[in-house]
Write a protein that binds this ligand. Sequence first.
Ligand SMILES: [Mg+2]
Length: 244
Amino acid sequence: MIRLGVTGTDTGVGKTTVSRALLGLMRADGLRVAAMKPVETGVAVDDPASDARALAAAAGNGASMRDVCPIVLAEPLAPWMAARRSGRPLAMNPLNESFHRLIRDVDAILVEGAGGLLVPITESDTYLALFQRWSLDAIVVAANRLGVINHTRLTVDRLRDGGVRILGVVLNETDGAAPDLARRTNHDALRTLLPDTPVVSFPWLPSHADVSSVARAAAASGLRGLIAHSAPERHHFEEGRAHR
Ligand SMILES: [Mg+2]
């Protein structure tokens, strides 16, 4: 089965939009997909604008929100600190249980992190640990702006050191203004500096972009090529059909 872990070079870099695009592509190829945001902070449980709800709608598999997003914390902080301040420290077991319920009847799962790779879930567990434990292949969403070369290399190096397979870097446009020199040269720079990692560009979309504009952007970007390398024995995107 396809197991994707979507991480970012920072918070607010477009992980959820890229995740919706990936879910849409897989569904268009006939795959049954599930999505998970293990911990979401800075939102209320019933917030209609939460990442978890956007992912659940994109997955469309009818999974319980209690599994899609087992832990919701009001304060906009890293999960470990938000949980500590709420008086209910986080445990990994409920996350594991939800993950295993979600993957029961699907061909693919996509897990969206919070912030970047080493964001703490507990004092000793990070999203890297979650990706390792759940055998997720990483997609790194990188904000196309000055500084992204360093942030992307740090993330890619740490994933490699941790033994996580990297499907690619998605260089995402995070605003609609005319690109400056850094934004115009970052794609080239990353391709040269990361010769073993596919780097694709994703256009700027407002965070509330409708399903059809996300689908158009997904089709025009190189996202399909990235997931074609995930679980190749089960899944053949190139031929435009899904194996179950
Ligand atoms: Mg997000």
